[in-house]
Write a protein that binds this ligand. Structure first.
Ligand code: BES
Ligand code: MN
Ligand code: ZN
Length: 497
């Protein structure tokens, strides 16, 4: 879908265009809406007066059939922030598609009482609409007409369209990163495997990202035994993808993002039950976010050095698969007793994290992983689990998460949990001695591969990587949760310093 910005004057002479107007909590029609109301014999004022329409935020009065107009409530305009404006834009999309609209113009005349400028607001509305317009329907060879999206273009009309274009262009680059992640995560595992996913990342080189891929021979030589053990039951070769964006000063330490990329997690020999196993195609969600984030940062030419690392494996049972009880040697030199082959994500990350630290000495490192079912039990699907050895970094993530609507909730790291992963025959075991606190023992495991002085945060995104229902800016399916959060974190705290 295309988003355009136009000056209000230019819009008046398109009589056939479906128009959208914002209606504040006072339910008063704006100047342009009043003019439209006259043309359609008062249909808009009748719709606004109807008892059902209170103009609360996101509420829609659909007068498309009668008057070619859609009204959307903003609630109290002074309460509008970036997030609610994005949600408004997103909320429009399904209504326009349901009404079969191909092209529509939203008029943004004023939003009284906010600190947000009109062009900024218009850009945010456009961004929200764009994010919601995402579809992954390439595998539908037939589709009922009423399922097909109709909307192709949304024009946002305001007094100074030019000024809205600049902030929107930047947001559009972020959306492109989000869409790349969503595409990769939505793809089934017969299409996206470690080899094909590594191949996809090479597309980033067009944007100036340096992409390096290590295959099994290279990793074997270096000694990434933890990661390799997970992938050894698969016919697909495990890969470590290293992506670098050098938008900052030469020689400046990069910020690093590391993602779990298990392109399918059967559980291995500790095999998962059949019901719901198909969900494990999105067990590469962490890697997907890192890849989309690199696209967003490079796309908007962020002034920062970034390294993104994705550990790509397929966790399969089979004659060559890793067995429960196997002991592997990680890249760090620490040995691991693999008591459960389904606790594979931490094994992949152990080596990916160590590689990242050893080779890049980053000033900060954040990993993302669909790591534990336990985090879904603890936090549900509205917040990711956050673990960190650094209060400042944790605070930054919390703040930015609230601001942009990808929220995190911090859980503890502590000695009592760390003890749980000591092994009888190796340096550590890959599951806790007890079932309790499963997300925390997983994070403790990762921390054993982080050097003391490195600020580090681990985001357990098992609950947020996939949506079973549509929300305003995220259609159901892969969410790309984390691309927006980390893009904004970089922008606010790490760029240009
Ligand atoms: N990929 C799963 C975690 C997961 C579960 C992600 C549900 C998304 C939805 C992970 O590899 C896993 O299997 N974890 C186990 C760990 C256990 C064996 C200690 C789990 O959570 O059950
Ligand atoms: Mn698993
Ligand atoms: Zn997994």
């Amino acid at each position: 879908m295309k988003i355009h910005f136009a000056d209000i004057g230019a819009v008046r002479n398109k009589p056939d265009e479906v128009m959208i107007f914002l209606v504040g909590a006072d339910k008063r029609l704006s100047t342009a809406a009043q003019a439209a109301d006259k043309r359609v014999g008062g249909a808009l004022s009748r719709a606004v007066k109807s008892g059902r329409f209170s103009a609360k935020r996101g509420q829609v009065a659909n007068v498309v059939a009668a008057a070619g107009v859609l009204l959307i409530g903003t609630g109290e305009t002074k309460a509008l922030d970036f997030q609610s404006l994005e949600n408004l834009g997103g909320a429009l999309i399904p209504h326009l598609n349901a009404a079969g609209v191909k092209s529509a113009t939203l008029v943004v005349e004023d939003i009284k009482g906010t600190k947000i400028s009109l062009p900024e607001a218009a850009a945010r509305i456009g961004y929200g609409a764009l994010l919601r317009s995402y579809r992954f329907d390439k595998y539908h060879t037939k589709m009922e007409d009423d399922q097909k999206p109709t909307l192709q273009a949304l024009t946002i009309a305001l007094s100074n369209a030019k000024v809205a274009q600049a902030p929107f262009s930047e947001l559009e680059k972020v959306a492109e990163g989000v869409f790349f992640t969503r595409d990769l995560v939505n793809e089934p595992a017969n299409v996206i495997n470690p080899e094909t996913l590594a191949e996809e990342t090479r597309k980033l080189s067009k944007l100036g990202v340096e992409v390096e891929v290590l295959g099994e021979p290279e990793m074997y030589k270096l000694g990434l035994g933890a990661l390799l053990g997970v992938g050894q039951g698969s016919s697909k070769e495990s890969q470590l993808v290293i992506m670098r964006w050098n938008g900052g000063g030469k020689g400046k330490a990069p910020v690093a993002f590391v993602g779990k990329g298990v392109t399918f997690d059967t559980g291995g020999i500790s095999i998962k039950p059949a019901a719901g196993m198909e969900e494990m195609k999105w067990d590469m969600g962490g890697a997907g976010v890192v890849i989309g984030l690199m696209k967003a940062l490079a796309g908007r030419k962020a002034k920062v050095n970034v390294v993104g690392v994705a550990g790509l494996v397929e966790n399969m049972p089979g004659g060559n698969a890793q067995r429960p009880g196997d002991v592997v040697k990680s890249y760090s030199g620490q040995t691991i007793e693999v008591l459960n082959t389904d606790a594979e994500g931490r094994l992949v990350l152990a080596d990916a994290l160590w590689y990242t630290e050893k080779h890049f000495k980053p000033k900060m490192i954040i990993d993302l992983a669909t790591l534990t079912g336990a985090i879904i039990v603890a936090l549900g699907t509205s917040r990711a689990g956050l673990f960190s050895n650094d209060d400042r970094l944790a605070e930054q993530l919390f703040r930015v998460g609230k601001e942009i609507g990808e929220e995190v909730w911090r859980l503890p790291l502590a000695e009592v949990y760390d003890k749980q992963i000591n092994s009888d025959i190796a340096d550590m075991q890959n599951i806790g001695k007890e079932r309790e606190a499963g997300s925390i023992t997983a994070a403790q495991f990762l921390q054993r591969f982080i050097e003391k002085g490195t600020p580090w945060a681990h985001l357990d995104i098992a609950g947020v990587a996939w949506a079973k229902k549509d929300s305003d800016t995220v259609p159901k399916g892969a969410t790309a949760w984390g691309v927006r959060l980390l893009n904004q974190l970089v922008k606010e705290y790490y760029e240009g310093r």
